[in-house]
Write a protein that binds this ligand. Structure first.
Ligand code: FEO
Ligand code: CA
Ligand code: CA
Ligand code: CA
Length: 509
């Protein structure tokens, strides 16, 4: 229980310098191992690890028996998107074979890993599997079978899998973020945009359990879900819509979490209330067609009603949020909950529209520390820029001491003013209390063009799993590669991969 662990606010490493090296640069005393790179076969049927690793979930193998193994686990790895140069080959007209290769390289990998001696290994297991753009997935909740999804109850695939979250009952929530590009890229394969853009729940322990899209959590550019349980047992999920001038949301389940009833827990996210944050008055505003009259009154530019049902409200949650006074913010990326204080931290990555090139991390505290409350207070935690040394905060993860670890994503700003102080994307450590609270300390720097994503700890704090996403992404051709990171021996093509970083002291009570 993280609440019992005393604060330890001194970084357990000597910070590294800014660099543009094509390497994963770590502090002295730390090392990494390439684990589960793109293309590695890992299932009984010969399926391969997908491309562009993002969020990683760590599920101790003995979790459902009450254990928390730090050396034997099912990992879930999101595969956010493909780079056609590396997957299937880059031509303007995509052949059916190329489209198939791309559809099979996205989604999620469930992969068993075990620490043997001082090495992590991918282990054969009947639960190893791929969820990709062709997997059957069930729609659940208020939008199931309705007009916005063309009456569908079952759909194909989960794509744009960016960050995510884990539930206390041992499932993955994978978040479908930038989904619109797929419809264009895979034109002709019948890809339906409205079937993507949701939160999908996957049971890594039970391959026969059909993955479920939780439509009650709304459709937008889902970055992640940070899950907690309110004092009354309702399950609460905080979510960001990663788009310029988009909002922060909260889902509160109708039912209550019962640690002894996993079958019931697997239905908790089917039914609940969706709220949007109003940062002007610190309130959560309900997105319910029957209970918030503003939604019935909302009219488009043509004077017609914007919404006619709760399915309409959820299917265009962004428009609903703005119609009820949700506050547009500067691209909410990852959200995490402080393990000791319960405060909720949000990475606002940047917003070039407003000249916010460096982003900031904010935090808020719910009224009476009740995650299901409808009021909160917020403040700024850290601000990006030359002074602090970081820019474009993206994924966040806490350690049980309450220190925040953050990775940056400086990749998509048109004229990027970070050059000169930032170098390659990096990972930073912040104490959240003590004399250095809010001060960014650089722990790691990634290879050329790469973003580091999906950080997750083993429960004992001795291993940090981190994804190295899109190394060499800006290469013009296979003859002019900008990175060779994690290339197969004897080749020079960079591979997105998971790495296992060690050298940490581990948690001490
Ligand atoms: Fe896929 Fe918003 O990061
Ligand atoms: Ca992200
Ligand atoms: Ca996170
Ligand atoms: Ca980003």
């Amino acid at each position: 229980d993280a609440k019992k662990i005393k604060p330890q606010t001194v970084a357990p490493f000597r910070p590294v310098a800014v660099t543009n090296a094509d390497a994963l640069t770590l502090p002295s005393g730390y090392r990494y191992q390439v684990l589960a790179p793109w293309g590695e076969k890992f299932t009984d049927s010969g399926r391969e690890i997908g491309f562009n690793h993002d969020y990683v979930g760590f599920f101790p193998l003995d979790m459902l028996q009450g254990g928390q193994s730090s050396t034997d686990a099912l990992l879930t790895i999101n595969h956010e998107y493909v780079n056609a140069l590396f997957v299937g080959g880059d031509t303007k007209e995509r052949t059916p074979a190329q489209v198939k290769a791309e559809m099979e390289a996205v989604g999620v990998s469930v992969v068993r890993v075990r620490r043997e001696g001082s090495e992590w290994k991918v282990v054969p297991d009947a639960r190893n599997r791929r969820i990709d753009a062709l997997t059957d997935i069930e729609l659940t909740g208020p939008v199931r079978g309705t007009a916005p999804v063309k009456g569908a109850t079952m759909v194909k695939g989960s794509v744009g899998n960016c960050s995510g979250g884990q539930t206390p009952w041992g499932t993955l929530l994978t978040c479908e973020e930038n989904v619109d590009g797929y419809v264009k890229a895979w034109a002709g394969s019948g890809y339906e945009a409205m079937h993507q853009g949701w939160v999908t729940e996957i049971d890594p322990f039970e391959p026969t359990w059909t993955p479920k899209k939780r439509t009650g959590m709304g459709r937008f550019r889902h970055e992640n879900v940070a899950i907690t349980v309110a004092p009354d047992g309702r399950v609460v999920g905080y979510m960001g819509d990663d788009m310029q001038d988009a909002c922060v949301y909260k889902f509160v389940s109708r039912g209550r979490y019962n640690p002894a009833d996993r079958a019931a827990n697997l239905k908790l996210l089917e039914d609940g209330d969706l709220y949007v944050a109003n940062f002007g008055n610190g309130s959560w505003v309900l997105l319910d067609y029957d209970r918030n009259p503003k939604l019935k009154d909302a009219k488009g530019a043509d004077g017609k009603a914007l919404f006619g049902s709760q399915a309409d409200v959820l299917a265009d949650a962004r428009a609903s949020a703005l119609a009820v006074g949700g506050t547009p913010v500067d691209r909410p990326e990852d959200i995490e909950i402080h393990p000791r204080t319960g405060e909720v931290y949000v990475a606002l990555t940047n917003n070039s529209k407003h000249g916010n090139y460096f982003g900031q991390i904010i935090k808020f505290r719910e009224a009476k520390d009740d995650a299901a409350a409808t009021a909160f207070l917020w403040e700024v935690f850290a601000v990006g820029g030359p002074q602090s040394g970081f820019a474009s905060p993206d994924n966040l993860v806490f350690d049980p001491y309450g220190n925040l670890w953050m990775v940056t994503d400086n990749s998509d700003l048109a004229s990027n003013p970070i050059k000169g102080f930032h170098g390659n994307n990096a990972m930073f450590f912040f104490a959240t209390e003590g004399p250095d609270a809010g001060k960014a300390q650089r722990f790691a720097v990634g290879p050329v063009d790469a973003e580091m994503t999906g950080p997750v700890w083993s429960p004992d704090g001795k291993t940090l799993f981190l994804s190295i996403q899109h190394p060499g992404e800006d290469s013009e051709s296979l003859d002019k590669l900008r990175s060779n990171f994690a290339a197969k021996p004897g080749t020079n093509v960079p591979r997105p991969t998971l790495v296992a970083i060690e050298g940490f002291p581990g948690w001490k009570a």
